[in-house]
Design a protein around this ligand. Structure first.
Ligand SMILES: [Cu+2]
Length: 130
């Protein structure tokens, strides 16, 4: 009886180890399968219009460098309206962007585009297109 128990125990351990071996790589493979993160070559980048700690509004990042052809989306995360207006008065002008609204512009020419908010002239930032 004792030897039978030993054999049963041995077989049990063999089965367990086989299951562990056969399952191991499978589990690892599924864990390592990347849930493909958004690639850096995305065709869209964004600037957030935010309220800082002292209650002032601003663009973040203040300077954004993008490749030619990039589409930039401004997201107004504040509680009031703003504009995204190029300093040259010609390149782009969002008009009023309401609280929670967005403005999108595609930069097809290289250059440095300084812009501001018409409502809050202290809000200044730059898009550099290379
Ligand atoms: Cu503003």
């Amino acid at each position: 009886m004792r030897s039978l128990m030993k054999i049963v125990t041995f077989l049990f351990l063999v089965v367990i180890s086989m299951v562990a071996v056969s399952c191991g790589p499978g589990n690892q493979a599924s864990q390592q399968t990347p849930t493909s993160p958004p690639s850096a070559s995305a065709s869209q980048m964004s600037v957030s219009i935010f309220t800082d700690q002292s209650g002032l509004f601003g663009f973040s990042p203040k300077t954004l460098t993008v490749p030619v052809g990039m589409t930039v989306t401004w997201k107004n995360t504040t509680q009031v309206a703003h504009t995204v207006t190029s300093d040259d008065g010609a390149s782009f002008d969002s008009g009023i962007v309401p609280a929670g609204g967005t403005f999108t512009f595609t930069f097809s020419k290289a250059g440095s585009y300084a812009y501001h908010c018409d409502i809050h002239p202290y809000m200044k930032a730059t898009i550099v297109v290379k």
